[in-house]
Write a protein that binds this ligand. Structure first.
Ligand code: CAA
Ligand code: NAI
Length: 701
């Protein structure tokens, strides 16, 4: 075998008459500058190698190229750019085979499309996720993919960002072969059969005729499903307009679209979200700390959360013992878990045989805490009452093995006080799952005063095992997310007291991009939950706190939201309608409180909601509840339906202007200087001309 190295991250060698180009750029073989230059050099080496009649491109490590190097985005691009590298490979007059494994994403799939044949290992997944970063495929994907698999299939892959499994890719014609054994050997064999033949260049395949009507229909659907997002629609235009032109002009149209999106605030926001979701795992406190073992999980309480947590663990292959109060409750929990697993089977997430094996093996219920004696980690999800939780933790303390992690799923309560109910506060932590727990990706890892670092590390390890994003939070009422929620919720309730309608608030905020408005969320969670929280907090209420009496009125008349079919909305038909009782309730409440209702426009609703959110978020960062602003963004994006393309409230605030938010708060304070007190951190950043992003510095975001 001859071997020549061009760049550290790309090597060229030859085996018999086949050239081997190997990309080795951990962790995901992204096409950073060194890889692009290395590929150019290797292509030149292969072209000049008269002993090589065909070549294979393969990747070292866990994956084929997972895309462009996202950390280079937003910086001036350095030649050679990826489209030119791919063009150089496609132009070679000897065939090149792409040997795919792991994930072939974005620029990685585009590189494969520029090769003359593609073979993949069975577990490979292929996709063009650029729209999730606010971009479109910028290295020929919009022009080559439709030529290879047709416009409809290409537009589906480009606009959905879905990852296509290898077998489906074979059916679509995206790859030519599936490797059955050793990928490299199979790729070399494929290259051998192609050697000596003219290369099949994707760019020379006939372009499918554009279908403007189908493109318009797709854009209308996308606008409905993803309001406010620009990348998907731009990608549809680029595909359609480009295919109407010769390949090179199509590529120029793609480049123009790609560069326009690269400059968009949505791209900056989505890439902030991408890196922030990874940066939250980089916690100095647990660097180098080994987590405790995690095989057997105990769950206490099999209601909404306990059942969801159990299912989340079972789907990840963990063994679960769930404790309930009596046989009736265990039977109910078993039925809920069975239903949730059946849902996973019907959505294709779980094989029926695996479900059966879980229900007859990995999942058990009991009424005796002694059954938790072997559990590595126990999550408590009983009623939200300090008294009940203290009793439960005292009981866990008696049965849990030494070194078991004892976790509470409390939404608001003091984890330090819960830890005091045990003789091992070092082992106690908050693991705040979100509902539905087997679906929602966020997990707040609530670190109490005495929680041991390896217990924190175990919380993060559990999240990874469950496919969730863990964010560290400090102890306070509501941790990061619910604390901020309580504050902006108070701001929206105040607007309704003062004259806005719940439906108008919901519409203004969904138009801003929230997945749901706050009142539709109340209906989903149940108005009893809010009422109980208000009762719990009533003792600490300040005389100037504004109470949403209208919510109590709905609760008192039994309108609890979706579960009773009536709350802020009536759920009789497909489309929820405003509750017809509300105007009278609001009139009565306002008149009792002596409020003359006034009009709010949508801009004011958004301004007040966002100012409240950002102000409280600044306080959570200042007092250390959230480690950095990016942690707040990740929580709000993944737990509270904040529009991802706005990057989270802190990223949005920087882009919007902290000075504008501060002056809004000061203006709102003219009417209510109890609620609207500027967070000192916000005022300080404005005075220094800095932003929240400056406080993320030194992290990998
Ligand atoms: N560029 C730079 N760094 C990347 C990267 C990329 N494309 N993809 C992943 N990384 C980094 C991550 O930031 C992470 O770094 P840290 O360990 O320092 O946090 C590390 O690689 C591992 O990533 P994950 O933790 O996500 O690992 P995983 O195994 O869970 O997932 C993956 C692997 C599926 C490849 C996932 O990382 C992923 O989806 N990456 C993004 C893929 C993507 O969007 N590609 C398209 C890029 S845009 C493009 O290519 C434009 C174009 O057309 C030219
Ligand atoms: P739930 O009322 O649906 O379920 C609680 C379950 O705990 C009941 O099935 C009850 O029988 C059981 N239980 C009570 N005492 C017990 C004991 N001593 N031993 C064993 N089982 C016992 O409540 P939900 O909604 O599941 O909430 C549970 C916890 O999760 C609460 O602390 C809540 O604040 C928190 N949480 C709730 C969220 C939600 O959206 N529902 C979201 C995140 C956290």
């Amino acid at each position: 075998m001859t071997e020549r190295f061009s760049q550290m991250s790309v090597s060229y060698a030859r085996q018999g008459r086949i050239g081997l180009i190997t990309i080795d750029n951990p962790p995901v073989n992204a096409t950073g500058h060194a890889v692009r230059q290395g590929l150019m050099d290797a292509a030149r080496d292969f072209a000049a190698d008269t002993g090589a009649d065909a070549a294979v491109i393969l990747c070292a490590g866990r994956t084929w190229v997972a895309g462009a190097d996202i950390s280079e985005f937003g910086k001036p691009s350095q030649a050679p750019i990826l489209p030119d590298v791919i063009a150089a490979i496609e132009s070679l007059d000897k065939p090149v085979v792409a040997a795919l494994h792991g994930t072939a994403l974005g620029g990685g799939l585009e590189l494969a499309l520029g090769c003359h044949a593609r073979i993949a290992a069975p577990g490979t997944r292929m996709g063009l996720p650029e729209v999730t970063l606010g971009l479109l495929p910028g290295a020929g994907g919009t022009q080559r993919l439709p030529r290879l698999i047709g416009t409809a299939a290409a537009l589906d892959i480009i606009t959905s960002a879905r990852q296509v499994p290898a077998a489906q890719a074979l059916d679509l014609g995206l790859i030519d072969a599936l490797s059955q054994g050793d990928l490299t050997a199979d790729a070399i064999a494929l290259a051998d059969t192609l050697a000596g033949q003219p290369p099949r260049r994707t760019r020379d395949l006939p372009a499918p005729a554009p279908d403007p009507d189908a493109a318009q229909a797709l854009k209308a659907t996308l606008a409905r499903k993803l309001p406010g997002q620009i990348a998907q629609a731009t990608a549809v235009d680029v595909v359609t307009d480009g295919l109407a032109q010769p390949f090179n002009q199509g590529m120029a149209i793609e480049r123009a679209g790609f560069m326009a999106l690269m400059d968009s605030p949505q791209r900056a926001a989505l890439i902030h979200a991408f890196f922030s979701e990874r940066a939250v795992a980089h916690l100095p406190q647990i660097k180098g700390v080994t987590p405790r073992p995690l095989d057997r999980i105990g769950v206490i309480g099999g209601g909404t959360m306990g059942a969801g947590i159990a299912v989340s663990c079972l789907l990840a292959g963990l063994d679960v013992t769930l404790i309930e109060r009596d046989d009736q409750a265990t039977a109910r929990a078993q039925a809920t878990v069975g239903d949730l697993l059946a849902g996973a089977v019907s959505r294709g997430k779980l094989a029926a045989a695996r479900r059966d094996a879980i229900l007859s093996g990995a999942f058990r219920t009991d009424t005796d805490y002694a059954a938790l004696g072997q559990a590595d980690l126990i999550v408590e999800a009983v009623f939200e009452s300090m008294e009940v939780k203290e009793q439960v933790f005292a009981a866990i303390d008696r049965v849990a093995k030494p070194d078991a992690v004892l976790a509470t799923n409390t939404s608001y309560l003091d984890v330090d006080r819960i830890a005091d109910a045990t003789r091992r506060p070092r082992d106690v932590i908050g693991l705040h799952f979100f509902s539905p727990a087997h679906v929602m990706r966020l997990l707040e890892v609530v670190v109490a005063d005495r929680t041991a670092p390896e217990v924190v590390a175990t919380g993060f390890a559990l999240a990874k095992r469950l496919g969730k994003i863990a964010v560290r939070a400090g102890v306070c009422d509501g941790f990061i997310g619910n604390r901020i929620l309580s504050h902006y919720r108070a701001a929206v309730d105040a607007m309704v007291l003062d004259g806005a309608s719940p439906q108008q608030v919901d519409r203004a905020l969904t138009d801003f991009g929230f997945a749901m408005g706050p009142y539709a969320v109340s209906d989903l969670a149940g108005l009893d939950i809010g009422a109980m929280t208000r009762q719990r907090k009533a003792v600490d209420r300040h005389p100037r706190d504004r109470v949403p009496v209208f919510a109590d009125r709905l609760y008192e008349q039994g309108d609890l939201g979706r579960k009773t079919g009536r709350g802020y909305y009536v759920y009789a038909d497909d489309k929820p309608q405003p509750n017809p009782d509300l105007p009278a309730i609001l009139d009565a409440v306002r008149s009792d409180l002596g409020i003359t209702p006034r009009d709010f426009d949508d801009a004011e609703i958004v301004a007040r909601t966002m100012a409240a959110m950002v102000n409280e978020a600044a306080r959570t960062v200042a007092d250390g509840t959230a480690l950095r602003p990016l942690d707040v963004d990740v929580v709000m994006l993944n737990g509270y339906g904040f529009p991802r393309w706005r990057g989270g409230p802190m990223h949005w605030a920087d882009a919007h202007g902290l000075d504008r938010i501060l002056s809004d708060i000061r203006r709102f304070a003219e009417d209510d200087d109890h609620f609207w007190q500027p967070a000192p951190l916000l005022a300080e950043l404005v005075a220094d001309g800095r932003g929240f992003a400056d406080l993320n510095q030194g992290t990998s975001a």
